[in-house]
Design a protein around this ligand. Structure first.
Ligand code: BGC
Length: 711
């Protein structure tokens, strides 16, 4: 018998259920009772994993209880939300998506895994792979954006980064792909609300990133809190047993979301914890995160015949298999036992700065206001996000400390030592007071340039942070308009976890940078871009709406029977706004200027098994070296079901010296043109397929061709 069989055979029912029970352990023990309960639970084998505990001493102390003082000595699994960094904080996920660079996505996850394991952590609840088309939803900040292809690349890169080559390695952590699925489609963007999406949309948009994570051998999956079309994801057996463990071939552990099993009562699908526990377990949820429903309900569920011991055993087996895969049985203390190689902190800081500056999107730059002229000697840095270290960390800070962050003000001061830089916030992020405005305007009047740092507080996006108004909170608009009225050059930085609808600002400001929440190196990264030390390369992973009324908004929509034509009444638009976004998916300016030409796609006729070779020329027409990002889109103009106006199938970056010209290439397997047919199965259809290469999803500037698929 193998280790797992032997263990399983010697476990009591209570110990088995214990393996399925994940308990939150506040690092700060809030009362003696809590600590004792936790310790007794671990000793008694009633707790199999912990959440929210980190630190070498802290994790070892509880691991010792499990390994040395529980009857069977099964090690604990220690989980934490290591989302965009652990000690070193990288840009929030939506900002990181702007990099369009899987190698860097992988590197930041690797660095986070190394740091987290030094703190005894073995499991993270990341990557989040919820495709998000609705910026009202606060968790868009944690998402890879609106595109499923990007989300798939993110899934693979992050899983590789967290898990490394070998999950048993000292510096590897198990990744959890979450939240299965369609959480981004909650009604009206309202957190925790129901979603109702078609089977086709599930298969084409929301499930592929999870399939990509499974393909990369992700260790765990977390179902979403929500219901989709009336079926709570926590009890969706068709999805978890059928699709995930069946079609997608997942053999890892399913971990419920926080308290989600108990919340089945609120969903109205279970009348008590006993039913809730049985429903979740039968649907394939192995670990109950914090709701205590398995502990309270599973034994009784067995008695009532609502579940079987075989189902419990299967889940326990999967949990033990993950612990084995992590090497926990061989050495439960291996994480954190090697001392970190010297120089790592500096390396991670460099990586954090690189990721942060690449995440910045130059949204507008009228009259080349940026980069700032080196002649400038006096700058007023105004606004509530200018000197806000803590906010730079974003929605998940893990063990990251606000005092290690560089504010925008600090970054600018350190980059421009010969420049006088004065700062007054003017207003608070969300307060109603305008008392600070006169002082701020006074500084602006004396400056050559104003850097106006506006946006949201970090807590205004993330979980439980949906908003109906995507304007600037508090009195920031009043401040901005007063500053703009002075007629000075104004450069705006927007710190936010989502696109903000500010058409008036884009209309008037000289330059606007989306600076999201960039993590510890935020200030240096912003200064790199503002001074021109770094030529911006960030691109939008979401369409940026003009108005909340346009939401949900995304580039890969289906064609309308009456497509939008400006000025034509009976077409798909609004009376009071064009339907187009403020900035399209993929938008992002550079200090260089790139032109595309000479698209070629070969061969002209293809059959299954073939690949399309696409190439395009890109020319840097400016006098500054830069990096172009090129997007490869396809469109199937006539098919048995309507196909999106555009679908992303690849990206390429080209680093070009001033005046340089290069050819970029893609090889696209024909199978990538398959889509979900009327029978909900993937199909390939004969016919013409358009190929477009562009610098964003805006068809203006595309170079285009076509191939013919022959079956
Ligand atoms: C969130 C998850 C997270 C979990 C554990 C939940 O509230 O939805 O994304 O991993 O808490 O902190």
């Amino acid at each position: 018998m193998g280790r797992i069989d032997t263990l399983l055979a010697s476990m009591t029912l209570e110990e088995k259920i214990g393996q399925l029970n994940m308990v939150a352990s506040s690092r700060v023990i809030t009362g003696p009772g809590e600590l004792r309960d936790l310790e007794d639970g671990i000793r008694g084998g009633r707790i199999g994993s912990l959440l929210n505990l980190w630190g070498l001493e802290e994790t070892r102390a509880v691991q010792r209880l499990a390994v040395e003082e529980s009857r069977l000595g099964v090690p604990l699994l220690m989980g934490l939300d290591v989302i965009h960094g652990h000690r070193t904080i990288f840009p929030v996920c939506l900002a990181e998506a702007c990099l369009f660079a899987p190698d860097l996505w992988e590197k930041t996850a690797r660095a986070a895994a190394e740091e987290a394991t030094e703190d005894g952590v073995a499991l993270t609840f990341a990557p989040m792979l919820d495709v998000a088309r609705d910026p009202r939803w606060g968790r868009i900040i944690e998402s890879p954006g609106e595109d499923p292809w990007v989300a798939c690349q993110m899934a693979a890169a992050k899983t590789r980064g967290f898990q490394g080559q070998d999950l048993a390695a000292q510096d590897s952590i198990a990744a959890t792909a979450k939240h299965l699925c369609a959480y981004g489609a909650v009604t009206a963007g309202r957190e925790y609300a129901s979603a109702d999406v078609s089977e086709r949309t599930l298969r084409e948009l929301y499930l592929p990133p999870f399939a990509a994570a499974v393909h990369a051998r992700v260790a765990a999956i977390m179902p979403a809190f929500i219901d989709v079309a009336g079926v709570a994801m926590t009890v969706n057996g068709n999805l978890m047993q059928g699709w995930l463990r069946g079609a997608a071939g997942f053999d890892g552990v399913v971990i419920s979301d926080y308290n989600a099993v108990a919340e089945l009562l609120h969903h109205g699908v279970a009348s008590d914890l006993v039913e809730a526990a049985a429903l979740a377990l039968n649907a394939g949820v192995d670990i109950d995160m914090t709701s205590n429903a398995y502990v309270q309900g599973l034994a009784e569920a067995l008695k009532r015949g609502l579940t079987t011991i075989a189902a419990i055993d299967a889940s326990v087996r999967r949990v033990l298999a993950l612990k084995e895969r992590l090497g926990l049985f061989d050495d439960p203390y291996r994480r954190g036992s090697a001392s970190a190689p010297a120089g790592r902190a500096a390396e991670r800081q460099t990586l954090a700065r690189e990721a942060a500056r690449r995440a910045i999107v130059l949204l507008s730059n009228r009259g080349q206001a940026l980069p700032l002229s080196p002649e400038i000697r006096r700058i007023a840095v105004i606004g509530p996000l200018a000197d806000a270290r803590g906010e730079m960390l974003g929605s998940w800070a893990s063990a990251g400390r606000p005092e290690d962050a560089v504010s925008i003000l600090e970054g600018l001061r350190s980059a421009l030592p010969n420049c006088r830089i004065d700062h007054v916030p003017g207003v608070d992020i969300a307060g109603e007071s305008t008392d600070g405005m006169p002082a701020a305007l006074g500084l602006c009047a004396e400056a050559e340039v104003v850097v106006l740092c506006l946006g949201e507080a970090a807590a205004m996006s993330g979980e439980a942070a949906s908003r109906v108004d995507l304007g600037l909170p508090g009195r920031q608009r009043a401040l901005a308009e007063a500053v703009l009225d002075l007629g000075k050059p104004v450069v705006v930085t927007l710190s936010s976890g989502r696109p903000l609808t500010l058409p008036w600002l884009f209309e008037r400001a000289d330059a606007v940078l989306a600076t999201w929440f960039l993590g510890h190196e935020a200030g240096h990264a912003v200064a790199d871009v503002v001074t021109g030390a770094f030529n911006p390369t960030g691109r939008l992973p979401v369409s940026w709406p003009r108005h909340v009324g346009q939401i949900p908004i995304f580039y890969n929509e289906l064609p309308a029977g009456r497509p939008y034509a400006p000025g034509v009444h009976y077409t798909s638009t609004y009376l009071d706004s064009p339907p187009t976004p403020q900035f399209p998916f993929g938008h992002g300016l550079s200090y260089s200027r790139f032109a595309l030409s000479d698209l070629s796609c070969e061969p002209a006729r293809l059959k299954p098994g073939d690949s399309i070779d696409v190439s395009a020329a890109v020319h840097n027409e400016a006098g500054v070296d830069g990096e172009a990002t090129l997007f490869l889109f396809v469109r199937d103009p006539v098919a048995s079901v309507a196909r999106p106006l555009l679908e992303l199938k690849g990206i390429q970056k080209a680093v070009l010296k001033a005046g340089e010209r290069k050819t970029v290439t893609w090889r696209l397997p024909v199978e990538e043109l398959a889509f979900v047919g009327q029978g909900l199965e993937p199909i390939l259809e004969p016919g013409r397929v358009e190929i477009h290469v562009g610098q964003s999803a805006d068809p203006e500037g595309f170079v285009s061709g076509a191939v013919e698929l022959v079956l």
